[in-house]
Write a protein that binds this ligand. Structure first.
Ligand SMILES: NC(=O)c1ccc[n+]([C@@H]2O[C@H](COP(=O)([O-])OP(=O)(O)OC[C@H]3O[C@@H](n4cnc5c(N)ncnc54)[C@H](O)[C@@H]3O)[C@@H](O)[C@H]2O)c1
Length: 269
């Protein structure tokens, strides 16, 4: 999708980190941006940043776990702007622990946000991307955890592997349409992402609340790539129809390669 100027982008998980950087980068490319998140204060900050780059911003508080809420977000985008051209299903959370000890409600929360949130985005937005017949693009955020073996965050890796599978299916299903697809699998990125994301209500219980959350996240990803760099790589992928977007993945490539070789050399009968 070469032409972004004046087109419409929609981004979930846009109050912070990679989602905010995507929204701002799309605005810098001349797009208008609709943003969704559960963090309404963060959404307002992202909306301000989009407007500072000259774009129109529509902020819609949305919990991506709720299919009806995502449908309302998609409808609001088209009502406000008339169409949608680029959609980023980006919201994600994580919980840590041993796979067999992680409480069921943590498993469900992570899968609900990081996998079902993407399914809801696909179901509500792909028909609207196809409806106008103009070029469009869908970006689903997975992770290195969707491609590689990462212990102690099994709900996250399960959700992210599922996003990889879903997005590969979509690539095949959308071949021959004007809608391109990208799979964003970052390695470590500087953001508020915490491998043990506090659940709703828990942030307030941390000694110094949101500041502690940001500190934990920085400690988790001291060598992370700036989110703005990830956003620029993603915009390039949208423009040039690249499927895989793998920021900061170099450290994981030997592990991915040896795992792939093991698959290819496994007995098949
Ligand atoms: N930071 C990294 O190192 C890294 C690496 C690989 C992949 N990712 C992925 O990138 C995406 C963005 O994460 P980030 O690093 O910017 O983290 P972040 O914590 O800064 O941003 C995630 C955003 O998702 C929002 N969110 C959480 N639950 C939601 C819900 N139910 N509905 C709507 N929004 C919700 C949060 O409020 C937050 O604004 C995630 O899918 C994450 O898994 C991050």
């Amino acid at each position: 999708m070469r032409e972004l100027q004046g087109r419409i982008a929609a981004v979930t998980g846009a109050a912070s980190g990679i989602g905010r950087a995507l929204a701002v980068e799309f605005a810098a490319q001349g797009m208008h941006v609709a943003i969704a998140d559960v963090d309404t204060a963060g959404l307002a900050g992202t909306a301000d940043a989009v407007r500072a780059h000259g774009g129109r911003a529509l902020a819609v508080p949305t919990d991506v776990r709720d299919a009806a809420a995502v449908e309302r977000f998609a409808e609001a985008v088209v009502t406000e702007f008339g169409a949608v051209h680029v959609v980023c299903n980006n919201a994600g959370v994580s919980r840590m622990g041993l796979s067999w000890e992680i409480p069921l409600e943590d498993w469900e929360w992570v899968l609900d946000v990081a996998f079902w949130g993407v399914v809801h985005g696909v179901r509500s937005f792909v028909p609207r991307l196809l409806a106008h017949g103009e070029p469009g693009h869908l970006v689903n955020t997975s992770s290195v955890g969707g491609l590689a073996q990462v212990p102690y965050i099994a709900p996250y890796t399960a959700a992210k592997h599922a996003v990889v599978g879903l997005t590969r299916s979509l690539r095949a299903e959308l071949t021959g349409t004007p809608v391109g697809v990208s799979l964003l699998c970052p390695g470590p990125v500087v953001s508020n992402m915490d491998p043990n994301t506090p659940r709703p209500g828990e942030v307030e219980q941390l000694a110094d609340g949101p500041a502690a959350l940001a500190r934990h996240a920085r400690e988790a990803h001291p060598q992370g790539m700036p989110a703005e760099h990830v956003a620029r790589m993603t915009v390039t992928a949208v423009r040039e129809e690249q499927f895989y977007v793998l920021p900061n993945l170099a450290d994981f490539l030997p592990a991915l390669e040896s795992d792939f070789k093991a698959q290819l050399s496994a007995p098949t009968r």
